[in-house]
Structures are given as structure tokens and as C-alpha cells.
Design a protein around this ligand. Structure first.
Ligand code: NAP
Length: 259
């Protein structure tokens, strides 16, 4: 299917690895020119080179922390008027909420709620003026079914979700859509760290820890970044103009509810 977005411009945050990279690659495969962001310049440049080689699109890189005002300014200077904005950043650490400090909460809100809102604020009016815009926020299945040890994530991401639910309806007449992608378990560096911790805590091998978790997923496997990226590319396509304000769970059937 032709997604109808060749020649468009996308700003993809936190995109040198994992789910953000999957989105960047899938958009590039549709002919979208990219600005990709991550903190570590070396990994970011390697990813950009690989995407250019695979797709031939223009890929700009901005090595910065997107959760800081300076980082956002640098990203927006490189890509001031994207047609597509993919919001993403690292997730907050796990823990017991009794141990989270005020500063921990502020950091989580900055990363997973306020940074996406700031980037939306900086880009949405020009999308509306041009009559086309696609905003995709990478959130988490934790928005739909809270994860006990991820209170910071449950809270901060739900705040973003509530905010964009209202905004999506407001900008819908202008050709701009805003949707959220809710990953379940995907095989990225982030979950590798989780399994190492789980294996250590239970005194089992990392491989056994992975197998234990896989058994809890009806699909019998973890997701991969390419299939996540393809869902993102579809939401950014001309075919998805009537889909807005939605929360798409991509979790291999792990969420047990009917809706
Ligand atoms: N993987 C899953 O199963 C899963 C499930 C639910 C939710 N999520 C959420 O989805 C998001 C992406 O996860 P992932 O699994 O793709 O992680 P990942 O594989 O660790 O990749 C994270 C990417 O984000 C970049 N990054 C992190 N913090 C950044 C910052 N402050 N500024 C700019 N770039 C930043 C990293 O590069 P640098 O480190 O070089 O900056 C890297 O490119 C996270 O918020 C995660 O909590 C993931």
C-alpha cells in the first residue's frame, strides 16, 4: 500500500534505537525525510547512515536530550515545521512510589508528558495551516493497564493521554491527527535491562527470565521494532486521516479485556 507521504518531513524523537528507530525506519521506507534525535551521537550517526543507505531519504541528526529546553530548541531548529512528529523519550525507572521524590516525579513528567506537549505546541499550528499533520506519541500499555512498579510511567503518560484526547478533537477539522501507540513488550535494549534485573532477583538465567515473560503473552513472543514502526507509518499516512484521539495497544494480545 502506498502511504502517500513520500517527500513529507518528520521529526522523530529518541530514534537511534528501539521503537523510535523502528518508526524512523518505517517512515523513511515510505520516502519521508527525517530529523532524528538521541543523546549519544555515535549511535545516532550510525543509525542515520543505515537509514540513508536503506532508503535514500534525507536524514538529519540532532544529538541532544529532548527532555531539556535546549534539546528541544536544537531539534526544532533542525526541523522547524515537520509534517509528522513522533514523540518519544526514555521511560522512568521502576520502584515503590513511597521512594519516589518530588524530583523523580518532575523528571518523569518532563520526559513523558511535558516534552511531547512542548513539541506539539511548537509544531501543530504550522501543520494546521498547511492542512496536514500527523502526531504520534509513543506511550505504554501502562496507560491502559497500570504496571505496579512503574507508577511514574502510569501517572506521567496518563497525563499526556488525557491532554491529547482533548487537543485531538480540537485540531481535527484542520487535517491534523494525534494518536498514541501503546507498546506492550518489545524486544529492545530497554527490556533487556529489565530481564537482567529480574534474572538477578530470582537467581535464574536471563534466557529463563525472558521465557517466563513470553509465556504471559498470547502471541508467544515479544514485539519487534519493525512491526511497531509500520503501525506508526500507517497512522502517519494519508489513509489514517479519520483516525484521531486513539490509543492503539500493540501487545500481542497481552491486555486481557474485550475493549
Ligand atoms: N520496549 C518496550 O517493551 C516498551 C514497553 C512499553 C513502553 N516502552 C517505552 O517506549 C519508549 C522507547 O522504549 P525502547 O524500548 O525503544 O527503548 P530503547 O531501546 O532503550 O531506546 C531508547 C531510545 O531513546 C533515546 N533516548 C532516551 N532518552 C532520550 C532523551 N532524553 N533524549 C533523546 N533521546 C533519548 C535513546 O538513545 P540515547 O540513550 O543515546 O539518548 C534510544 O535511541 C520508552 O519510553 C519506554 O519506556 C517500551
Amino acid at each position: 500500500m502506498d502511504m502517500g507521504i513520500a517527500g513529507r518531513t518528520a521529526l522523530v524523537c529518541a530514534a537511534s534505537k528501539g521503537l523510535g528507530r523502528g518508526c524512523a525506519q518505517a517512515l523513511a521506507a515510505e520516502g519521508v525525510n527525517l530529523t532524528i534525535v538521541a543523546r549519544t551521537a555515535e549511535t545516532l550517526e550510525a543509525t542515520a547512515a543505515e537509514i540513508r543507505r536503506q532508503s535514500g531519504v534525507e536524514v538529519k541528526t540532532v544529538a541532544c536530550d529532548i527532555t531539556t529546553p535546549a534539546g528541544r530548541a536544537a531539534a526544532l531548529a533542525a526541523c522547524p515545521q515537520p509534517d509528522i512528529l513522533v514523540n518519544n523519550a526514555g521511560g522512568p525507572p521502576p520502584g515503590d512510589f513511597r521512594n519516589f521524590t518530588h524530583e523523580d516525579w518532575i523528571r518523569a513528567l518532563e520526559s513523558n508528558m511535558l516534552t511531547p506537549i512542548e513539541l506539539i505546541r511548537a509544531t501543530i499550528d504550522s501543520m494546521s495551516a498547511r492542512g496536514y499533520g500527523r502526531i504520534v506519541n509513543i506511550t505504554s500499555s501502562a496507560v491502559k493497564a497500570p504496571i505496579d512498579v512503574l507508577g511514574l510511567s502510569n501517572g506521567a503518560r496518563s497525563g499526556l493521554t488525557g491532554f491529547v484526547a482533548g487537543l485531538a478533537r480540537k485540531v481535527a477539522p484542520t487535517g491534523v491527527t494525534i494518536n498514541n501507540l501503546l507498546p506492550g513488550l518489545f524486544d529492545t535494549d530497554r527490556i533487556a535491562v529489565t530481564f537482567e534485573a529480574q534474572a538477578k532477583a530470582q537467581n535464574i538465567s536471563v534466557d529463563d527470565a525472558r521465557k517466563q515473560r513470553m509465556k504471559t503473552i498470547p502471541a508467544g513472543r515479544f514485539g519487534n521494532r519493525d512491526e511497531f514502526g509500520r503501525a506508526c507509518a500507517f497512522l502517519c499516512s494519508v489513509h489514517a486521516g479519520y483516525i484521531t484521539g486513539q490509543n492503539w495497544l500493540i501487545d500481542g494480545g497481552a491486555y486481557p479485556g474485550t475493549f
